[in-house]
Design a binder for this molecule. Structure first.
Ligand code: PEP
Length: 253
């Protein structure tokens, strides 16, 4: 059985103190009521060590939102995969559309990041998804396949076990527009088919594919009920513990 996961992406939000308060509140809520899925919170770099320590003996795993495409050295302002790992973090988000768009992260750069993250023992939440223009042209499948081919399909089947895919239609991120459960299921099934073509049906069945894009407590149950949707990558609704918990609870319905 593949893992069901609800992962938060805090993006560039929360001071250290606010982040600690949010993680503490969530930890207490999940201690009071055990989740029915794996829970991950991906935080800015500065929160990682503190939040990882705070959640050490809890059900919450911690991840970064990025890592460098170089192993170490004179790259002022960058944070390496080894540094992320040393904080106690288990995951890293790579390929998010905001990084592809605003920081010009190309498939080659992402491939280098993927390789370094895996070399350093991190699990990867790898994001793919089409823009509104691409959806209107009907090329969403080609976009998703190309993004997979460009940065992760070179991995060995053994390495692939550390990969979680997040399908995030760019037009649904932070816009309040969610893909319908049917639209999301259609592309999740397609992504699973692509994985099966490269790694075989058994590996594809074990691959967790998350949906991201204005997911909230009200739409999560319908999305998560679809056979190929294994959870969510959550932006805005991960910034308040009760909202995030509401999405986690969708796995109980
Ligand atoms: C995201 O950026 O990963 C995301 C899914 O954001 P939101 O939930 O705010 O649309």
């Amino acid at each position: 059985m593949r893992k069901k996961i609800v992962a938060g992406n805090w993006k560039m939000n929360k001071t250290l103190q606010e982040g600690v308060a949010l993680a503490t509140e969530l930890k207490e809520m999940l201690e009071a009521e055990k989740p029915n899925c794996e829970v991950v919170i991906c935080t800015p770099f500065i929160h990682l060590a503190t939040v990882a320590e705070l959640t050490k003996d809890s059900v919450i795993a911690v991840g970064a939102e990025n890592c460098a495409d170089k192993a170490s050295g004179a790259y002022t302002g960058e944070v390496s995969a080894a540094m992320v790992k040393s904080t106690g973090a288990e995951y890293v988000i790579l390929g998010h559309s905001e990084r592809r768009e605003y920081y010009r992260e190309t498939p080659e750069i992402l491939k280098a990041k993927v390789d370094l993250a895996l070399e350093n023992g991190l699990k990867i939440i790898f994001c793919i998804g089409e823009s509104l223009d691409e959806r209107e042209k009907g090329v969403q499948e080609t976009v998703c396949r190309t993004e997979l081919e460009g940065s992760v399909f070179h991995l060995t089947p053994e390495q692939w076990k550390q990969i979680v895919i997040a399908y995030e239609p760019i037009w649904a991120i932070g816009t309040g527009k969610t893909a319908s459960a049917e639209q999301a299921e259609e592309i999740h099934a397609f992504i699973r088919k692509c994985v099966a073509e490269v790694y075989g049906a058994e590996v594809a069945e074990e691959t967790s594919i998350l949906y991201g894009g204005s997911c909230k407590a009200s739409n999560a149950p319908e999305l998560f009920a679809k056979p190929d949707i294994d959870g969510g990558l959550i932006g805005g609704a991960s910034l308040k513990a009760p909202d995030f918990k509401g999405i986690i609870d969708a796995w109980k319905k």
